[in-house]
Design a protein around this ligand. Structure first.
Ligand code: AMP
Length: 453
C-alpha cells in the first residue's frame, strides 16, 4: 500500500514525502480512506503506531475547503495532556505546511489571553485539553456550533484522568451532524458506552498492540532488591549500549530524587513529572529531544504518549501499578520500525503486577539474572580506557564528576549523547497536574503556531 493510494491530495503527499515516510502504517492505511469519506471511526491503536497522522492527514484535506469564523472552530481535537496536545499541533504544522489552515492550542499552563485572541480570529483546527476548553466555553469565549469534526484521542487515558464527564458535555454541545473519530489503546466499558452514545455507525479499525505484536522491543524483567536498583541501573547504562533512555518511576518524588542522584553521579539526566510546571516540562523534553541530555527520568502522566524518536532503552525502575502503563512506557522504544530494549525491575512485592502485565500482553516476560548485568564502571582514580561510543553517538570529553554516594572516591565513564555541557535543570514547581494557569516562561514557537497564516 502506498500513500498515493489513500486518496490524499498532492500537497499532503508532498508533505508526507518530506517527512520521510515511505508507506502508510497499518492504522493509516485502514483509517485514512474512511475518514476522507466522512465516516465516523473508532481506532483501537496506541501511540507509536502512527495514529496521529491517521487523523491529522485526512483532516487537513477535509478542512482545506471552507472558511473559519470568529470563536467558532471548524474542528476539535481533544487530548488528555498538554504534551500530547502540543505534539499533535507539531504534527499539524509538519503535514499542513502546504496548506493554509489556522490552528489554536488550548491547554492549561499557558496564558489564556493569547489563546482567546487566536480564537477570536477564527481557527480551522482547535487542539485542546478538556479542562481548559470547558473553562473557556463556560466563559462564553468559544462556540461549538460550527465544529464539523471531532477527534477524541487517547480515550482510555481520558478515562483514567477523570475527563469522561467533560467529554460527554463537550460532545453534546457539538452539532449532531459532525464527523467523530475516537482513538483508544483499549476499549473498557465506559469508552464503549461513550462511543455508542456519540458516534454514528462508526467503522472500527484496529491495529495490534505494539506490546504484544512488536517484536522490535526486547523485553525482560530483572529481580532486584529495592536498595540495589540504582547500582543495577548504572550497570545497564554503562555496559549495554545505551544511547538514550527513559527511566520510569511510579512516584514523582522518586523521579526527582533519582534524577538528582544521577546528575551527581555524572549522567546527563533530566526529569519530567506532574509536579513540574508546563514550561519546565517542555524545556526538559526539548533538552532530551535535542540530545543535550540522553537520560530522562519520568512519571507516567507526564510521559504518556510522548513522541520521542530513537529511544534505545526504557527502564522501568519501578514496575507500573497499572498494566496499561507498561504498554505505554515500553512503547517509547522500538518506535516506527526501530529496535529497542525494555527492562523492568521487579522486587519481591511485585509478583502481582508482573502477573497482570503478562495477562494483558499475553506473553511471559523473559527473566534476566541480575548477574548478567555487568557492574557499573569505576575508574578507581585512573584515567579511563578509551571506550567505544554507543552506536553513532559522539562521546563527550567532559571531565567526570565526583561520585556522591559511599563510593565517592570513584569517578565513572558514562555514555553521553552530546558534547554540550549540561545546563542546570529547569526548576520544578509544584502545580496541579490537571489544567492550570501556572505558565511563567516564554511560549515555545509551536504552542501558539498557526499554519501558514
Ligand atoms: P504516533 O503513533 O502518531 O505517535 O507516531 C509515532 C511515530 O511514527 C512518529 O514519530 C511519527 O512521525 C512516525 N510515523 C508516522 N507515520 C509514519 C509512517 N508512515 N512511516 C514512518 N514513520 C511514521
Amino acid at each position: 500500500m502506498k500513500f498515493a493510494d489513500l486518496g490524499l491530495s498532492d500537497e499532503l503527499l508532498k508533505a508526507v514525502a518530506d517527512a520521510g515516510y515511505d508507506e502508510p502504517t497499518p492504522i493509516q492505511a485502514q483509517a485514512i480512506p474512511p475518514v476522507l469519506m466522512m465516516k465516523d471511526i473508532i481506532g483501537i491503536a496506541q501511540t507509536g503506531t502512527g495514529k496521529t497522522a491517521s487523523f491529522v492527514l485526512p483532516m487537513i484535506d477535509i478542512l482545506a475547503h471552507g472558511r473559519s469564523r470568529a470563536r467558532m472552530p471548524r474542528s476539535l481535537i481533544l487530548e488528555p495532556t498538554r504534551e500530547l496536545a502540543a505534539q499533535v499541533a507539531e504534527n499539524f504544522e509538519k503535514y499542513g505546511k502546504n496548506h493554509n489552515l489556522s490552528m489554536a492550542l488550548l491547554i492549561g499552563g499557558v496564558s489564556m489571553g493569547d489563546q482567546v485572541k487566536d480564537l477570536e480570529k477564527g481557527v480551522d483546527v482547535l487542539i485542546a485539553t478538556p479542562g481548559r476548553l470547558m473553562d473557556l466555553f463556560e466563559r462564553g469565549r468559544i462556540l461549538m456550533s460550527g465544529c464539523e469534526l471531532l477527534v477524541i484521542d487517547e480515550a482510555d487515558r481520558m478515562l483514567d484522568m477523570g475527563f469522561i464527564p467533560d467529554i460527554e458535555e463537550i460532545c453534546s454541545k457539538l452539532p449532531a451532524t459532525r464527523q467523530t473519530m475516537l482513538f483508544s489503546a483499549t476499549m473498557p466499558p465506559p469508552i464503549k458506552k461513550l462511543s455508542d452514545q456519540f458516534l454514528n455507525n462508526p467503522k472500527s479499525v484496529e491495529v495490534s498492540r505494539p506490546a504484544t505484536a512488536n517484536t522490535s522491543i526486547d523485553q525482560s524483567i530483572i529481580h532486584v532488591a529495592p536498595k540495589a536498583k540504582r547500582k543495577l541501573l548504572y550497570g545497564i547504562l554503562d555496559n549495554e549500549g545505551v544511547d538514550t533512555a527513559i527511566i520510569f518511576c511510579n512516584r514523582k518524588t522518586e523521579v526527582r530524587d533519582l534524577c538528582q542522584q544521577m546528575r551527581k553521579d555524572g549522567f546527563d539526566a533530566g526529569q519530567i513529572h506532574g509536579d513540574m510546571d508546563q514550561s519546565s516540562r517542555l524545556a526538559e523534553l526539548e533538552r532530551f529531544k535535542s540530545g543535550e541530555i540522553n537520560i530522562l527520568c519520568a512519571s507516567d502522566v507526564a510521559a504518556r504518549g510522548l513522541d520521542i524518536k530513537g529511544v534505545s532503552h526504557v527502564v522501568n525502575y519501578d514496575i507500573p501499578w497499572h498494566p496499561d502503563d507498561y504498554i505505554h512506557r515500553i512503547g517509547r522504544t522500538g518506535r516506527a520500525g526501530a529496535t529497542g530494549v525494555a527492562i523492568t525491575f521487579v522486587t519481591k512485592r511485585d509478583d502481582e503486577h508482573v502477573d497482570s502485565i503478562q495477562k494483558l500482553t499475553g506473553m511471559k516476560l523473559p527473566v534476566r539474572d541480575s548477574k548478567s548485568v555487568k557492574p557499573e564502571k569505576k575508574q578507581g582514580g585512573k584515567k579511563p580506557a578509551p571506550e567505544k561510543p554507543a552506536a553513532g553517538k559522539p562521546k563527550t570529553d567532559k571531565p567526570k564528576q565526583q561520585r556522591s554516594d559511599d563510593q565517592a572516591t570513584d569517578t565513572k565513564s558514562r555514555p553521553k549523547k552530546s558534547s554540550k555541557p549540561p545546563k542546570p535543570s529547569p526548576k520544578s514547581q509544584p502545580v496541579d497536574d490537571a489544567d492550570d494557569d501556572g505558565w511563567n516562561g516564554p511560549v515555545p514557537g509551536f504552542l501558539d503556531a498557526k499554519l501558514d497564516r
